[in-house]
Write a protein that binds this ligand. Structure first.
Ligand code: GUN
Length: 281
């Protein structure tokens, strides 16, 4: 049976450490501040934003949520972001995705100042991690690294297979594992014979958003399986991995819920504190 990688427990460790760093900053008069911009009334997004606010409060970060109507004009949203860029009390800005369809996500994300881009989605920050000088890594990707490192799962020289190539998770995670000297295979919707690749993985990251995508026949004995999927099926949350079956074959596995999810939120806090510390220097 696989070792269960307890994301909740690891996230708690991260937040305990952050509380220390935040209180040190507060002693110097600096209160780290995160602003989350939420456009529209998508229920899942609203629920993620609430858990981000709770986590911020938990570690002593000042969090503000700016709620914008679903039909906001692109230029109005950009003007709001520019005001946040100029506000010296704000260290970190996050635009909750997905945005309503009439908004050009790429254009919007260009207007979060790179030094406040807590998600790491601005082209400057993508360029920085692509060239080996990351300011920070996107939160979920950073959370995956935190799980692997704190569980003492080696990365260098291992074969890592990432299923998914999204801006938020798949693509940056491939870059991160490559930067940590894994041999990386990136699979996606048009990959032919997915199983041929996933079965080679020492570290398998499932980030496709498709329930039961990964079953026991897709996994090598003893592999580490990181399940990033959050899918609502019949009223509860499941990942992209058939947990009960894969648990029998993998060496280590993250559950859903309680795996990567809590780390994503904890790493948002860690990235916020990092940006606040840099701002102070
Ligand atoms: N929506 C789902 N995950 C994320 C994330 O990590 N950042 C942002 N901004 N939106 C998301």
């Amino acid at each position: 049976m696989a070792r269960i990688l307890d994301g909740k427990a690891i996230a708690k460790q991260v937040k305990d450490e952050l509380r220390q760093r935040v209180s040190q900053l507060r002693e110097t008069g600096l209160v780290p501040k995160l602003v989350v911009v939420l456009v529209g009334d998508d229920a899942a997004s609203a629920s993620y934003v609430r858990s981000k606010s709770r986590a911020a409060q938990d570690v002593g970060i000042d969090a503000e949520v700016i709620q914008m109507p679903a039909n906001i004009a692109e230029d109005e949203l950009i003007r709001a972001l520019e005001r946040l860029n100029e506000d010296n009390t704000v260290h970190a800005v996050l635009v909750q995705l997905p945005l309503p369809a009439h908004l050009d996500t790429d254009r919007i994300l260009m207007h979060v100042h790179p030094a406040k881009d807590v998600d790491g989605f601005h082209p400057v920050n993508i360029g920085r991690y692509a060239t080996g000088t990351p300011l920070l890594w996107p939160c979920t990707t950073a959370g995956i690294l935190e799980i692997l490192e704190r569980s003492e799962i080696p990365i260098a020289g291992r074969t890592a297979v990432i299923v998914g190539r999204s801006r938020i998770v798949g693509w940056p995670t491939a870059q991160l594992l490559l930067a940590h000297n894994a041999t990386v295979i990136q699979c996606h919707r048009q990959t032919v014979n997915l199983r041929e690749y996933t079965r080679q993985a020492d570290i398998l990251v499932a980030a496709a958003g498709q329930p039961s995508l990964i079953g026991p026949d897709d996994v090598k004995v003893g592999a580490t399986v990181i399940d990033v999927g959050i899918n609502r099926v019949g009223g509860h949350l499941v990942g992209d991995v058939d947990f009960a079956a894969v648990e029998e074959k993998a060496g280590a596995i993250t559950p859903v819920p309680g795996g990567v999810g809590p780390l994503t939120v904890a790493m948002l806090m860690k990235n916020t504190v990092h940006l606040a510390e840099i701002h102070q220097r």
